[in-house]
Design a protein around this ligand. Sequence first.
Ligand code: NAD
Length: 339
Amino acid sequence: MTKVRVGINGYGTIGKRAAFAIQRMDDMEVVGVTKTTPSYEARLALKEGLPLYAVSAEKVAAFEKEDIPVAGTLQDLLPKCDLIVDATPGGVGEQYKPMYEKAGVKAIFQGGEDHGLAGISFNALANYPEAWGANFVRVVSCNTTGLVRTLFPIDRVFGIDKVFAALVRRGADPGDKKGFALNAIEPSLKLPTHHGPDVQTIMPWLNIRTMAVVTPTTMMHVHCITCELRKKATESDILSVWDNVPRIRFVSGKHGIKSSAQIMELARDLGRPRGDFMEIIVWQDGVKMEGNTLYYYQAIHQESDIVPEIVDCIRAMMKVENDPMRSIRKTDKVMGIGK
Ligand code: NAD
């Protein structure tokens, strides 16, 4: 089997996790990653055996000064790739699209870019076929991935009249230098927030409204969700639907998992790489039906939940596997998701 040749532009929080996952698949490989500066992550890439490229010619000298060997620049990397995973900061990917187009290379953008940049927003369970053979696709953000993972199967089985979700967002990633105020909760004042319309890039029929606050925590987002369902359901019906779809994991307050901190501790106890949790975590004892209204809480590990989606998106865009579930199962097996 010839492997899909993938380049990663932006070897940061998402880029290094995407590279780690892609390297472990038997149908794709990382042919190079880019860095803007000779940081510890540049050294990490080399340690992982990944060819390192400077993002542009002006940056090469900085790497040479630090004795970090680079194989060239992004321009040199592009002809070696079938597809680029653009994991540059939000809004930056847009600047690169003409370069990818000129080189005839497909690209996956991340949730920090607008839907319009690619025209297709992706979640493996919900709309894998839409990415089939596409040149540009955007894998939606961590929050949108979380909302789609739990809402899509519930809508499919019971029908959803309307959804309200309050998002309690982490202030920054653990390694972020931008940090966040230590003693503040900041509401998003532009209402309803963009998260609802972002879910609609994948489920355009869904009546969803969202609000969000940013909080001084780094580990996870937590969503508080209510849905009005069209068909009657019990709590165990809801749990059984989620139990039968991939990438959702239950935890229980009764078993001592009462907070995002304990979920992350569980990820470390399970020996998950980097202590990541790629599944969406639902508190099974936090699911409640009252009449037709479903209430639930879920937690999102923002640094990693989109990583398996990127892998599946590569298979769809490169026409490697036409059965979404086969791709999802393969990715999950290799990454230890669900174990
Ligand atoms: P990051 O800052 O951790 O990593 C970005 C990387 O791109 C860094 O290695 C940086 O050096 C590099 N970079 C910066 N400017 C560049 C440029 N002009 N050209 C090439 N590379 C450049 O960011 P991240 O958190 O990995 O986010 C990347 C994308 O993923 C964003 O669109 C973001 O919205 C999205 N995303 C982030 C998260 C998260 O929680 N971190 C979750 C889901 C989606």
